[in-house]
Structure formats: C-alpha cells, structure tokens
Design a protein around this ligand. Sequence first.
Ligand code: HEC
Length: 134
Amino acid sequence: MKTVATLSLLALALSAAGGVARAQNKVETPLYTVTDGYKVDANTMKGFRTWRQAACDRCHGANQEGMVGPSLVVSLKTLTKEEFVKTVRDGRLDKGMQSFGTSQAVMDNIDHLYAYLKGRSDGAITRAKVEEAK
Ligand code: HEC
C-alpha cells in the first residue's frame, strides 16, 4: 500500500513538473500589450506610426474597417503572419493592393505593423489611434 501511495505521489509530482515545463515553453514575448484598449507598448506604437506613415488607411479605412481594400479587422482573423508579410511586401498589383517591399519604413517595422493590426483584429486594441503606455 505504502509503495503504491509513494508511486502515485511521484507520478503526480512528475506530471505537475511536466505541466510547468510545458507552460514555460509557451511563455513567449506577447505580440502586443495594451491597457485600457489604447495604451500600447513601444513596438506596437511603432506599428501604428508605420500604418499612418504608409497611409494604409487610404484604402483600408481609418479604423481598418475597409474601403477600397478589405477590412483588416476581419482579414487578420484568418490571414497568417506569412500571408500578411507577403501581401504587404509584394502587393497584389492586379487587385489594387500596392507593394511596400521598397519602403524601408514599412519593411523595417513589418512585425510591429502586424502586431498593431492583430491587436485591432483581436478586439484588444479598441480604437485605431493608440498612445504609448507610460
Ligand atoms: C492603393 C490602395 C491600398 C493601399 C494604400 C494599401 N492597400 Fe492593402 N489592399 C488593397 C486592396 C484593394 C486589397 C485587396 C486585394 C485582393 O483583392 O486580394 C488589399 C489587401 C490587403 C491585405 C490582404 C487582405 C486579405 O484579406 O487577403 C492586407 C493584409 C493589406 N492589404 C494590408 C495593407 C497594409 C498594411 C497597407 C499599408 C502598409 C496597405 N494594405 C495599403 C488596397 C490597398
């Protein structure tokens, strides 16, 4: 009886340890952080500035809600990061999406731009105009 109890305790301890290890593996830097719906981390702020600078809003709307181009709030729910990067870099010239591959400002900040738009798409960033958290 005693051995069984010890063994099952050991099994419990092991599975708990396994759980912790798995959880630790999952800890990555979050894509973005936001409080109050609009106070964002420095990198996400760069993403917003890039959005403004590249004037993506001319076609996708000031709130990413879509105009000539589709709503990015909707698109980014399903578009993968790779598809996002490829679309912005190469454009879809035949369909009216211009390419930004030669824009250093955009390409240098593509991860931040993605983070910002993903935050908008997730509904975590609740207004388009964000501010840097202090
Ligand atoms: C001149 C207008 C225009 C500008 C400027 C523009 N886009 Fe687009 N974009 C479009 C159009 C039109 C489409 C739809 C293309 C299609 O039908 O596949 C599109 C598609 C996209 C898609 C793919 C959406 C999907 O569901 O497949 C992404 C992502 C995107 N644009 C991001 C951006 C970003 C980021 C910027 C700024 C850096 C930008 N666009 C600037 C017109 C534009």
